[in-house]
Design a protein around this ligand. Sequence first.
Ligand code: CA
Length: 386
Amino acid sequence: MIQNFKRKTLISNMATLRVVLFTGFLLLVLSACSQDCDCETPGAASNQGNTSEKITLRLAHGWPKGYPIFGESVDDYAELVSAMSDGRIELKVDSATKHKSAFGIFDFVKSGQYDIGQTASYYYGGKDPDALFFSSMPFSMTAAEQTAWFYHGGGLELANKVYEKHNIQLMLGGNTGMQMGGWFRKEINSIEDLDGLKMRIPGFGGKVIAGVGAQPTNIPAGELYQALERGTIDALEWVGPGLDLRMGFHKVAPYYYTGWHEPGTELLYFFNKDSMAKLPEWAKAVLMNAARLTAYNMSTATFAANTDNLEIMQDQFPELKIRKFPVDVITALKASNDRLLEEEMARSDIAKEIIESRAAYLKKARDWTEVGVKAYLDSMSESTVD
Ligand code: CA
């Protein structure tokens, strides 16, 4: 069960080893720095003083307090930052339960009300339409492909280019892996069944279903079940088995469709650029590298939770029906997606640059996925030996 995913599993033995090694490295750097140079005064506005003074930074995330994996990974991040800085950096973490604004992270960090945030970029298409491109895109890259794009294909640079004007610097925060297509009260037999359907689905996927006549909306995690149960919405997508099962959606919407709209959704850490500019280099290195490690741990934890909870769904909830969308539905959604991408490319130069970068990387990464993972899976399923 998801409850088993406590922080111990998020910070693996490998991670602990890396922390020890990295902390040792930092202490060496700090030691050398104290002997050989004049260290900068650390910290954001509240952290004036010498290097021995503690740096305290405020972090807001958009999930309920203690929310499995997404929220827990932020608490892990704070612990990791403390360990890697030998206690010199303290992150004061506020959940949406505290700050009451699940979709307020963008403004919190932009304004400097919080130094750091953790959220999904595609919640902020209303703030900046180019923010939609940096979580996941329909019919686009899987988690492995997109992570490679972020780190090695210019994706993170493009994301930072978009967010620079908002005074925000980014680092990856963890990937959900393949997301499911969502929970539906009624079976979807043809594209006509989406006409007028009210569905919670954020980001570009929401625009795509609007293009085939559905009515997308976005609702925070804490209000999803109630909205589905009361019929405020007819369907919703959240994440995948690992996070969906505990939400109880299967009790009111038994049809669980496979994915198309979020093949690998990345959460991001947002850093206020003014807060970062006031920090010494070692502190910035800790914050960025701890985020990278937290992102890896969260991705692994989500994969593990999905495997555990899919097994439970199949064994214990026979009334829950896992379905693929009919071919005509996927075809219509793909056509809607292609139309929207054309419109977006005409909207701005940066949108065109991002869409073309994603498309080029998808093409080359998918070649390897086909020759590598897909061929392997095909060979396994074709084998006559169990
Ligand atoms: Ca989702």
